[in-house]
Design a protein around this ligand. Structure first.
Ligand code: SAH
Length: 226
């Protein structure tokens, strides 16, 4: 699809095969949700990083995307998408509205966009929002709404959200984000500072059920905009 329209389509066929291998690796790493695996197999990760890093795009690593930020590794993107769809167990279901905090290069948003009707994604660095907005347009990804803003406040006007995925670490679950979760909705985020743990929060009525999962390493969530 979009790959054929892109000037960097030259490695298109190669990248489809490489992505297939990445999906096999994700299976071995324990990702089970076929819908998530299909999304990971479909999004051209190499088009979200600088051309110089293209050949490394499918390695299981975080990579620099400028402005001191990183694109998350394929495993962590898939893991968070799986948790967003069904928590730790049970059947995954299609998501209506998803909020992402930390748009970055837009890769995770593009994966989530295949699992949800609409993804609103907040990014604090204005230059990154501009660059990523153009990239998403070029790739014809129309159901991601990039917004410049401080993710700590969420996006009340667009909620409530079936899932909130936070791509930067913070010592606690931000109250305003938890408030914007729909009934039964799930928030996934790296919790902590130097030491971080992936945290899953599910809203059940007025109660928030919080579970700590595996150790992770993310850039910090910073207050305010830049
Ligand atoms: N999901 C992104 C990962 C980007 S890294 C991707 O696939 O590329 C995390 C991003 O969170 C960075 O771009 C950083 O600028 C952004 N960020 C950090 N604090 C933030 C805040 N308070 N509000 C919104 N974005 C924030």
């Amino acid at each position: 699809m979009a790959e054929t329209l892109n000037p960097r389509a030259g490695i298109g066929m190669t990248s489809a095969r490489t992505r297939g291998r990445m999906v096999e690796r994700l299976r071995e790493q324990g990702i089970r949700d076929e819908t998530v695996l299909a999304a990971m197999g479909a999004v051209p990760r190499h088009l979200f990083v600088d051309q110089a890093l293209e050949s490394r795009a499918y390695e299981d690593n975080a990579l620099p995307i400028g402005f001191g930020q990183t694109i998350s590794s394929p495993y962590i993107v898939a893991r968070m998408a799986e948790l967003a769809r069904h928590g730790e167990a049970g059947q995954g279901h299609a998501l209506n509205r998803v909020l992402e905090i930390g748009l970055g290069c837009g890769y995770q948003a593009a994966v989530l966009a295949r699992l949800a009707r609409e993804v609103v994604s907040l990014e604090r660095i204005a230059a990154l929002v501009g660059k990523t907005r153009v990239r998403l347009r070029e790739l014809r990804i129309n159901n991601v709404k990039p917004k410049h803003g401080d993710g700590l406040h969420g996006a009340k006007d667009f909620g409530p959200f079936d899932a909130i995925v936070v791509a930067a670490a913070f010592p606690e679950v931000p109250g305003e984000l938890a408030e914007q979760l729909a009934e039964g909705g799930r928030l996934v985020m790296p919790k902590g500072g130097a030491q971080q743990t992936l945290c899953l929060v599910e809203r059940q009525g007025d109660t928030l059920v919080e579970r700590l999962l595996e150790d992770v390493k993310f850039v910090p969530l910073l207050p305010g905009v830049a």
